[in-house]
Design a protein around this ligand. Sequence first.
Ligand SMILES: CC(C)(COP(=O)(O)OP(=O)(O)OC[C@H]1O[C@@H](n2cnc3c(N)ncnc32)[C@H](O)[C@@H]1OP(=O)(O)O)[C@@H](O)C(=O)NCCC(=O)NCCS
Length: 250
Amino acid sequence: MRELRGGSRARLRWRRHLRGTRPGRTPQPNTDGRCLRSEPTDGRRGQDHGGAASPETGRTHVFVYEDDPDLIAVVERRGYVRNTERASDHLVYDIGDTPSPELPDGYRLFSMADECDVDKRREIFGRSFNHEDPREWPSRFAYEELMRAPDYRPELDLVLASDDDTYAACCIGWYDERNRVAHLEPLGTHPDHRGQGLASVVLLEAIRRLEDLGATYMPMTGGFDPFYKAFGFRKLRTCYAWERTPDGST
Ligand SMILES: CC(C)(COP(=O)(O)OP(=O)(O)OC[C@H]1O[C@@H](n2cnc3c(N)ncnc32)[C@H](O)[C@@H]1OP(=O)(O)O)[C@@H](O)C(=O)NCCC(=O)NCCS
């Protein structure tokens, strides 16, 4: 059970993770539960599942895997229409015998357990995501809150810095110990340092550390697919955005 804003509760079911022959589990919203099954009755038009309508399109969206007939039936009944142009692949990386990455000349790799400069760490996050004001986004408060998350591990919060101590690439690994699943969020490279394999280096090191903890695979949906596919992730299925306008028109 998970408590949602306002005190209501959603049930989660544990279901097999579709990853070929090896078993695994991933939490999914329980489509038998009231949270997704019930029709909207509270007048919160333009909202669904906690998501507000986009200011640009005026539409609310829900991402649904193509092979989830239960959830597809629910969103269809609620007036959503599939946008085939807004899709993301569900990828997976099988973890095993991960080598140590080879560091490019002029760079060093460390974690927030080694050096904890929150201001530089959040700035490389903002810069790598091309944020217009990376010194302010994410805020120090936001990053410190992230570091307080119960499953945050500073040794999985990785940074590649150049010799002049510019932070050049970063990623955070997360470990779901119960299911032995690795997660990654976020990962990025400073625009001035792209195309040199830096993101691949931090990702490989994150995976190596996650393997040491016991992780057997890393799923990925909604990332930059060309990078992950080049790294070695394989496609399992597609996830589509289902959309509707607040008044129910499409
Ligand atoms: C995507 C991103 C992390 C790549 O960083 P990078 O350090 O340049 O990546 P790498 O040099 O390790 O790239 C490895 C491979 O990924 C693929 N790749 C990387 N960027 C790519 C791009 N823009 N288009 C297509 N393929 C790309 C290439 O195959 C590349 O190998 P190659 O250079 O030999 O062709 C970086 O562009 C970035 O930070 N983007 C903004 C944030 C983001 O999208 N993060 C990932 C989503 S969570």
